[in-house]
Write a protein that binds this ligand. Structure first.
Ligand code: ATP
Ligand code: MG
Length: 560
């Protein structure tokens, strides 16, 4: 296949069009992209969009994609995040090969280049406090004011910068700033900070540095050092591009990458800010970064979401230049669609109600054939045990049903999937009046689920043998936020109090309990489920990945 047809098959967008044009025109012989996370948290579904774009382009056009950690802020960065980011990118199905880099690898070069800027008169050391700098920066309508230190000599700035590096000054005492234009319409050009003093231990460079480059200074130069051809980032950096280009122009960089901006992913009912996600974890609103309610890659994985569904979702939403909010239902659709094809069917009873089949011989059991996938005969079948005592879903019975309730009620007949027709003949209640057991009869002539006389029933229900099933805990998740557009500033107020329901008396097929795999299964009529790592030999734990239908609007009270 030509590169063009490969790209077309993978879906076109304005960035891929640019890459294609640059290869066709010979501007670039090879495309080099990068994914540049800051290791200050776990990756989320928004990052997946950026990962799929950068790694996807490299794959489709036969180029390379670097994984580069933008580790310029040691106070917020940790090895745990570096490790999780690598695991998550791999899980999504992407590979950086040998191209793993750290902005901190370039600290020496960045420092030398900064001295060069001072010597050329393009940078100066400013003694103002952060607050003074902020106040003098001006606004969108008002120009900034020059720092009183802006005109200090090259020699003085160089001497102070070297002493900043040597650790002579406390945090915040001075900064190195680019000398550009305090009246520039673009605030990013009003003498931006290039270096700040920070006496902090760095996971990779240890205690070597007491100054660290700003993100804006390190980022573009890291791209240039690595020979990135297309530096792809989200729209909020569009206004920073003139600064990056100013720096590329002034510094002896080996290449001049061009930056392209695309719209970041926003999802309804979801917050994708690392600050918020960090706080959710720290304040205990969730059990950790991989809590299945989190929009993190680790959370999606633990929830049972297949990486292929995430890739499909990212492909469907496309890459655009205007910000928008994607309906979380779209992600759920992709998950459901994929799992419907790939998941084996099993039976589980989430909220069990005991049923005694009074005309079924005591002590007898039989093994009935159950198909593993209705559309895939190759998936085969398995045996499920039927006996006198069964469990059905509590919701599948109503003592006084409304007109349209077709499941089990006194006197009604239903089909037990793969088994028999049963009829409810009696209801047993506890002292509080709660139904605790049903008495039923079965029709032996309906084995396999069809009546020889052709009579029909309106409902088919799942069930399990009371003696030949196994207890399990099932965790049912709903959206973490109950507001379609949760507030990042006051997110605690928008948390959904019903986002986790633990069903601790559930029952599952013995083979499901014995299956230690992380394969997602469909529990018939209930949804898709995956074994959780909290499982113990005595008590398997399952997460509901997603329900069978989009009942979501109902679940959150119709606010959607
Ligand atoms: P924060 O959440 O604090 O804004 P961040 O998400 O920008 O941080 P980075 O580690 O800098 O964190 O992100 C790495 C890359 O992922 C960047 O190139 C960024 O543009 C991209 N990215 C981050 N969030 C999204 C998103 N929601 N949609 C698409 N790309 C994103
Ligand atoms: Mg960022």
């Amino acid at each position: 296949m030509t590169t063009e047809s490969v790209a077309a098959e993978a879906g076109r967008d304005f960035i891929r069009d640019i890459v294609q044009a640059d290869l066709t025109s010979g501007k670039h012989k090879e495309v080099v992209t990068r994914f540049p996370p800051e290791p200050n948290g776990y990756l989320h579904i928004g990052h997946a969009k950026s990962i799929a774009l950068n790694f996807g382009i490299a794959q489709e056009f036969g180029g390379r994609c670097h994984l580069r950690f933008d580790d310029t802020n040691p106070t917020k960065e940790e090895q745990e995040y570096i490790d999780s980011i690598q695991a998550d990118v791999r899980w999504l199905g992407y590979d950086w090969g040998t191209d793993l880099y750290y902005a901190s690898d370039y600290f020496d070069r960045l420092y030398d280049w900064a001295e060069g800027l001072i010597q050329a008169g393009h940078a100066y050391v400013d003694d103002q406090s952060q607050e003074e700098i902020r106040v003098r920066r001006g606004t969108l309508t008002e120009p900034g004011k020059n720092s009183p230190f802006r005109d200090r000599t090259v020699e003085e700035s160089l001497d102070l910068f070297r002493r900043m590096k040597a650790g002579e000054f406390p945090n915040g005492a001075r900064v190195l700033r680019a000398r550009i234009d305090m009246a520039a319409g673009n605030i990013n050009l009003r003498d931006p900070v290039l270096y700040r003093i920070l006496h902090a231990h760095h996971p990779r460079t240890g205690d070597k540095w007491s100054i660290y480059p700003s993100y804006d200074y390190a980022h573009g130069q890291s791209d240039a050092i690595e020979g990135i051809t297309h530096s792809i980032c989200t729209l909020e950096f569009e206004d920073h591009r003139p600064l990056y280009e100013w720096l590329l122009d002034k510094l002896p960089v080996p290449s001049k990458p061009r930056q392209y901006e695309f719209a970041r992913l926003n999802l309804t009912y979801t917050l994708l800010s690392k600050r918020v996600l960090t706080q959710l974890v720290r304040d205990g609103h969730v059990s950790g970064w991989d809590d299945p309610r989190m929009p993190t890659i680790a959370g999606l994985k633990r929830r049972g979401v297949p990486p292929a569904a995430v890739r499909e979702f990212v492909k469907r939403i496309g890459v655009a230049k205007a910000n928008s909010v994607v309906d979380v239902g779209m992600l759920e659709f992709c998950i459901r669609e994929f799992l419907n094809k790939t998941s084996q069917r099993r039976m589980a009873v989430l909220r069990p109600l005991k049923v005694v089949i009074e005309n079924y011989p005591e002590g007898q059991t039989e093994e009935l054939e159950a198909v593993n996938h209705p559309d895939d005969p190759a998936a085969g079948s398995r045996k499920v045990s039927f006996g006198r005592e069964l469990f059905i879903e509590r919701d599948d019975f109503m003592e006084s049903p409304p007109k349209k309730f077709f499941r089990l009620s006194p006197g009604s007949e239903v089909r037990l999937r793969y088994a028999y027709f049963i009829k409810c003949t009696g209801v047993i209640k506890d002292a509080a009046g709660e139904v605790v057991e049903l008495r039923c009869s079965y029709d032996p002539a309906t084995k396999g689920g069809n009546a020889p006389d052709g009579r029909k029933v309106k409902a088919t229900m799942h069930w399990l043998s009371a003696t030949q099933s196994v207890p399990a805990e099932i965790r049912v998740y709903k959206q973490l936020f109950q507001n379609p557009n949760p507030s990042a500033a006051n997110f605690a107020a928008d948390l959904n109090p019903e986002s986790l329901k633990i069903l601790s008396d559930a029952r599952i097929e013995p083979s499901v309990a014995a299956d230690g795999s992380s394969d997602v299964m469909q529990f018939e009529r209930q949804g898709y489920f995956v074994r959780d790592r909290d499982s113990t030999p005595g008590k398997p734990v399952f997460n509901r990945t997603i329900g069978l239908r989009d009942t979501f609007a109902k679940e959150v009270g119709g606010k959607a």
